[in-house]
Design a protein around this ligand. Structure first.
Ligand code: HEM
Length: 213
């Protein structure tokens, strides 16, 4: 339940929060979703007609949405801290010696915000950092972007999670524009097994097509 549900649900909450704080990015994703699905035909009807346009190809072509979800996971990794147990005496890449049965924690939350890895704007939500000059998504090494862990025990549901989140986000952003209920309000986090918000996220949902964006 935690692996498959709290992770994606929590990530989508942080994603919505990020988009409420930057309407430019939100509108850009909504445009990409529209172009990839219904194109110029803006009046496809309701959610059922829209989801019929969400083909494999359409979802696969949403590079900016993919980048925005990845950027959300960089800043708000669903598993913010992960613990491992050493099978044998070893030396970590930085020269640190560990002994058999030592516990080692790594912190995707901290790693995702390190300036020496991500640049001076590491704390900024900027999906563009994941795109090449043609707007195509460029993945990072899982040893740098650690939200899904790395190596043989990397998250088994990673591709499924992206697909699920992209479908959900695309439907929401095609139909609605979201803004914070109280302008400029912020939320903090509670670090549990997964990264939770420390309170409710109050947002306002406005029908998007009537806004022209
Ligand atoms: C945003 C979504 C998700 C994130 C960030 C995430 C992250 C992770 C992380 C960090 C681990 C490694 C935990 C550890 O062993 O220390 C993991 C493992 C795993 N995840 Fe996910 N996960 C997500 C969604 C999902 C979904 C949707 C599923 C299933 C449909 C899933 C299935 C699994 C499974 C089965 C493992 C264990 C893999 C193994 O030990 O070989 N995850 N995930």
């Amino acid at each position: 339940m935690i692996a498959g549900r709290d992770t994606t649900a929590g990530t989508l909450s942080w994603f919505l929060y990020d988009l409420c704080r930057d309407q430019r990015i939100q509108d850009k994703i909504a445009r990409e979703v529209r172009e990839a699905t219904t194109g110029d035909h803006q009046d496809v009807g309701g959610v059922q007609e829209f989801t019929a346009c969400l083909t494999e190809d359409a979802i696969g072509s949403m590079h900016y949405l993919h980048a925005a979800l990845t950027e959300t996971l960089r800043l708000y990794p669903a598993v913010p801290s992960d613990v491992k147990c050493c099978f044998s005496d070893d030396t970590l890449p930085d020269g640190h010696a560990v002994r058999r049965e030592d516990m080692v924690n790594y912190l995707p939350y901290a790693i995702g915000r390190m300036k020496f890895l991500w640049g001076d704007d590491a704390e900024e939500f900027r999906p563009e950092r994941w795109l090449d000059d043609d707007g195509l998504f460029v993945p990072e090494s899982p040893y740098k972007f650690t939200a899904f862990q790395a190596g043989p025990r990397i998250c088994l549901g990673k591709e499924f999670a992206y697909r699920q989140m992209k479908i959900f986000a695309a439907a929401l952003l095609y139909l609605f524009r979201f803004e914070m209920w109280e302008r400029d309000s912020t939320v903090g986090y509670r670090s549990m097994l997964t990264l939770k918000m420390d309170g409710p996220l109050y947002v306002r949902a406005l029908p998007r097509r009537s806004t022209g964006n």
